[in-house]
Design a protein around this ligand. Structure first.
Ligand SMILES: [Zn+2]
Length: 474
C-alpha cells in the first residue's frame, strides 16, 4: 500500500511545473472533519495551487497520513534549506542544503553586501530571501573560491548586478571543454579574473583575495577578512572530511597540502576558518588536516613502491586508522584511489588533455542539424584522428545537449553513432534508452535499457527507469 501511494505521489510531484507547493505539518492537530471528510489521522497537508489557462486558481489539497511520512521527508530534502550563522557583527555564514551541504559567507556593511561563493543554483532564491533579512543593501561583489557549481551556482541570479571576482581559470574552464555545452550566461561568468593576490577595501575592511591554485582545482583561492580575522578556505578545507581532488579541473595531490601549508604560513593563529563544506575550523584543525593528507599520501605511496596495486591497498584497508575522517562523500577507499591517481598524474607531468570531439561538433549542431555533425565527426576521425579525444564521453555529452533542447530525433542519431563506436559500453545504451523515453517511445526505451542492464546489471539508474516504463506498460 505504501509503495503504491508513494509512487503515485512521487509521479505527481515530479510532473509539477511552476506550481506552488506547501507542506504543512498538522501541528495544531486539526480534526478530520475540519479539513476533509476522511477518518484518518493527518500528519501533513500538501497544498498545490495551480493557475490554469483561464487564470482561475484551483486548489488541490492532499491529505498525507502517517503512511506518507517518508514521501514528505524525501521531497522536503530536495528543496534547498539555508541556515544562517553569525560569525562577527557583520559576517554571516550561510549553509545551503539540498542532497548535501555547502557553505558561503556574507559580509554586510554600509558599502553593501559582499559574498564569498553563492552555493548551488537551487538555493539562490532562498539565499536571496535570507540576505534581505540581514540587509536592504545590494550584493556588490561575489568572490568565487573555485569553479565548482556548488560554489558558483548562484552567480546566475546574483551576478546580474554584482561584480564577480574569480581566479582566471574559472572563466577559462566555464567557457571551454564540456562546460561549453552548458552555455553559461554572461552574468554567470566572472567579471574580473585574477592570477595574483589582490586586496579589496570594502565596508571599511581590507579583504585579501589570495590565489592558491592546483590543490582541489586549478582555480582555488582563499579570502581573508583581515580586520575580522575570518578566512574562507573554499574546498581546500572540508572540516572533518577526507578531501576531494578534482583532477579534471586541475587539482593535484602534491599541491593540495603545499597550498594548505602556504595558507598556514600567511594566516594569523587565531583565524576563524570557514570551510567549503562542514563546520568552522581553527588553524590547529588546518594543521591536522594537512598532516592527515601528507601521512595518508605517504602510506599509499609506500604501498605502491612495494609493488602493491591500488586494489590491493583498498583490500588491505591501509588507511583504516583514518576512517574517522570519512564523514563526507569521500570514503577511505575512494581516498586511496584519489591519492593513487594523483601520484600517477604527477609522474605523467600533467600533460594537457586533448580537446573533446564534442566541442567542434557542438558549434555545428548549434547552427545545423545533427546530420552535419555526424558527417563532420566521420571526416575528422578519418583525417585528424590524433587531434581530438574521440572517447565515448564526447558524443554522449553532445547527445545530452540535444536532449536538453528537446531535439529528440537528433539526439537519438548521435547516441546511435556512439553505440556503433562503443558497442560494449553499457552507458551508450542507457543514454539511447533515455532519449527514446523522453521522446515517448516506450518500446524502444525498454529495449535499450534492457540491453544496458544486460551488460551492466549494476546500472541502478537504468533499472529504475526500466521499472517505471514497464509499470506504465501495464
Ligand atoms: Zn569544489
Amino acid at each position: 500500500k505504501m509503495e503504491k501511494d508513494r509512487q503515485k505521489l512521487e509521479d505527481f510531484l515530479n510532473s509539477l511545473k511552476g506550481e506552488v507547493v506547501s507542506i504543512i505539518p498538522n501541528n495544531k492537530n486539526l480534526g478530520l472533519a475540519q479539513i476533509y471528510g476522511i477518518a484518518r489521522r493527518i500528519n501533513f497537508l500538501l497544498i498545490i495551487e495551480k493557475i490554469n489557462d483561464l487564470k482561475m486558481k484551483s486548489k488541490t489539497i492532499f491529505i498525507i497520513t502517517a503512511i506518507m511520512l517518508i514521501v514528505t521527508n524525501t521531497f522536503a530534502q530536495k528543496k534547498a534549506k539555508v541556515e544562517v550563522a553569525k560569525i562577527t557583527d557583520n559576517i554571516y555564514k550561510l549553509e545551503a542544503t539540498t542532497t548535501f551541504s555547502v557553505n558561503m559567507l556574507a559580509f554586510i556593511g554600509d558599502d553593501g553586501i559582499l559574498l564569498v561563493d553563492d552555493c548551488m543554483a537551487e538555493a539562490s532564491e532562498t539565499i536571496q530571501a535570507e540576505l534581505k533579512k540581514l540587509s536592504d543593501k545590494p550584493v556588490k561583489y561575489i568572490i568565487s573560491t573555485h569553479v565548482h557549481g556548488d560554489h558558483t551556482g548562484g552567480n546566475k541570479l546574483f551576478g546580474k548586478d554584482a561584480i564577480i571576482i574569480a581566479h582566471s581559470n574559472v572563466k577559462k574552464q566555464l567557457t571551454s571543454g564540456f562546460n561549453i555545452l552548458q552555455e553559461f550566461s554572461e552574468e554567470s561568468l566572472p567579471d574580473k579574473s585574477i592570477d595574483e593576490e589582490m586586496t579589496l577595501n570594502f565596508n571599511g575592511e581590507d579583504v585579501r583575495i589570495i590565489p592558491l591554485p592546483g590543490g582541489h582545482s586549478d582555480s582555488d583561492m582563499i579570502v581573508w577578512f583581515t580586520k575580522s580575522g575570518v578566512v574562507c578556505m573554499g574546498s581546500l578545507l572540508l572540516t572533518n572530511q577526507l578531501p576531494y581532488i578534482d583532477y579534471n579541473a586541475g587539482g593535484g595531490i602534491k599541491a593540495y597540502p603545499e597550498n594548505i601549508e602556504k595558507a598556514i604560513s600567511i594566516l594569523p593563529d587565531d583565524a576563524v576558518l570557514v570551510a567549503g563544506h562542514g563546520e568552522n575550523a581553527t588553524i590547529d584543525d588546518l594543521k591536522k588536516y594537512s598532516e592527515m593528507i601528507t601521512k595518508t599520501t605517504g602510506i599509499v605511496q609506500q604501498g605502491l613502491n612495494n609493488g602493491k596495486t591500488v586494489d590491493d591497498l583498498v583490500k588491505d584497508k591501509v588507511l583504516a586508522e583514518y576512517d574517522s575522517w570519512a564523514n563526507g562523500f569521500v570514503t577511505t577507499d575512494f581516498w586511496i584511489k584519489l591519492i593513487a591517481t594523483g601520484l600517477s598524474n604527477e609522474k605523467k607531468n600533467n600533460k594537457p588533455a586533448k580537446e573533446s570531439i564534442a566541442i567542434p561538433l557542438y558549434y555545428t549542431v548549434k547552427e545545423k542539424k545533427a546530420e552535419a555533425a555526424i558527417n563532420q565527426y566521420r571526416e575528422l576521425k578519418k583525417n585528424k584522428p590524433d587531434d581530438y579525444d574521440f572517447g565515448e564521453q564526447g558524443l554522449n555529452m553532445l547527445g545530452y545537449y540535444l536532449l536538453g533542447k528537446n531535439r529528440f530525433d537528433e539526439a537519438i542519431e548521435i547516441f546511435k553513432l556512439n553505440i556503433k563506436n562503443f558497442p560494449d559500453s553499457w552507458n551508450v545504451y542507457d543514454s539511447l534508452g533515455e532519449a527514446y523515453m523522453k521522446k515517448g517511445d516506450k518500446e524502444l526505451a525498454i529495449k535499450y535499457y534492457k540491453k544496458s542492464l544486460e551488460i551492466n546489471p549494476d546500472n541502478t539508474n537504468g533499472e529504475k527507469f526500466l521499472n517505471e516504463l514497464q509499470k506504465k506498460e501495464k
